[in-house]
Write a protein that binds this ligand. Structure first.
Ligand code: SF4
Ligand code: SF4
Length: 370
């Protein structure tokens, strides 16, 4: 396992995310984590040189913290680092949360402590709540070693939040898809300009970049037959110089071994490989997303005043993510009419220069959020 210096310590480049462990009853989302399976993953990670273990107050209703705390009791405390997070909306009482976390983790310090999930709508709550001052006090007392934040905020909010103080580190969603087509590159640059080391979450975009379309996969296989599709995603983020740790929630031995292979050397993607990856990403994207250019020709004549391009953005994100519709995004669209109000009149499709079948897509989206 390759390591990289961080201030006065060394961190493994690969970190274990403790958010997606298998539950004792996989059909019941509230059941406890399957301890033997989860502890086998944690023990294997530790045995293979991973020393960064990431959890949060809200993961599995607190069971992730408990499960991790139990697993780490058998190892010397200075041989690993725990990252944990405070989520304002889960429980705003930061003092009580912090004490509870130490108990669940069975430790007297948390090495990497993060304000969890900064967004445009909650950034000021974090800044004004007094929690930062409290956590800085805990840092002085040695109960927190490094203080940072994780962000899903837009770039303006991220810029403002990152400039608030000298953060020790920050965690963002970073993968080649969001780098090429969303704001990940700008987010990375905002943090890098401020000398804030980056911890990466979602390097494989929740698993979506582990399996592309057959055409896109063929482009990658042609360049490196022995690299897995997922490993391309890991190699991309590993190549960025300000990336400190890359988190992966590994649930199978195959996944662990594939990652260990990727992180056995410091090789970075060549320019030629970057071009291949971009070509594959564009091919993958073209096959799943709607090519709306947000020209808004369609909106004026819509009798239901539906904000069509914004809903098509939500549609595209849904298709790229491969899971459910992101309801935060869906509810966040500012619009008089919603997709379920579309009367299928077809006025929009007739005017769209991209020939997008808007009524069909809005119906599909409306059905998906029912
Ligand atoms: S088909 Fe639906 S979205 Fe398109 S103009 Fe008519 S009501 Fe609006
Ligand atoms: S007219 Fe077509 S391309 Fe333009 S905003 Fe509407 S859906 Fe998008």
């Amino acid at each position: 396992m390759i390591k990289k210096p961080f201030k006065d310590i060394e961190l493994s480049r690969l970190g274990l995310g403790n958010m997606r462990f298998i539950l004792s009853d996989p059909d019941n989302g509230n059941s406890p984590i399957d301890r033997p399976k989860a502890h086998a993953v944690i023990d294997s990670a530790y045995a293979n040189g991973i020393n960064y273990f990431d959890t949060a107050y809200v993961y599995n209703g607190g069971d992730s913290e408990r499960c991790l705390g139990e697993a780490m009791q058998k190892y010397p405390r200075d041989s690993f680092y725990i990252a944990d997070k405070f989520h304002m909306h889960a429980n705003p009482d930061y003092e009580a949360v912090f004490e509870e976390q130490l108990k669940r983790l069975q430790t007297d310090r948390i090495d990497f402590y993060l304000l969890h999930c900064i967004m445009d709508g909650n950034a000021d709550e974090y800044l004004n709540s007094g929690c930062i001052e409290y956590f800085l006090k805990q840092k002085e007392l040695g109960r927190i070693r490094y203080l940072g934040f994780s962000s899903h905020a837009g770039t303006d909010t991220l810029r403002r939040f990152a400039s608030y103080r000298d953060w020790d580190f920050a965690q963002i969603q970073l993968n080649y898809y969001d780098w090429f087509f969303n704001t990940a590159k700008e987010e990375y640059e905002i943090l890098t300009e401020r000398n804030i080391p980056v911890v990466v979450m979602e390097p494989v975009r929740g698993g979506r970049l582990a399996k592309l379309s057959p055409e896109a996969e063929a482009i990658l296989k042609n360049a490196h037959p022995d690299w897995s599709t997922a490993s391309w995603a890991m190699r991309f983020v590993k190549s960025l110089p300000n990336v400190q740790v890359i988190l992966s929630g590994m649930n199978s031995l195959d996944q662990m071994n594939d990652n260990l292979n990727t992180f056995s050397d410091d090789n970075v993607l060549s320019e030629a490989d970057q071009a291949v990856l971009k070509e594959a990403a564009e091919c993958f994207r073209a096959g799943i997303v709607v090519p709306c250019t947000a020209c808004r020709y369609c909106t004026e004549g819509c009798p239901m005043q539906i904000n069509i391009p914004e809903y098509l953005k939500v549609y595209n994100e849904w298709k790229v993510s491969g899971g459910r519709v992101d309801m935060d995004l869906y509810r966040g669209v500012v619009s008089e009419g919603t997709p379920d109000m579309c009367i299928q009149c077809g006025a929009c499709a007739g005017i769209c220069p991209q020939s997008i079948q808007i009524p069909d897509l809005l119906k599909e989206l409306a059905d998906a959020v029912k």
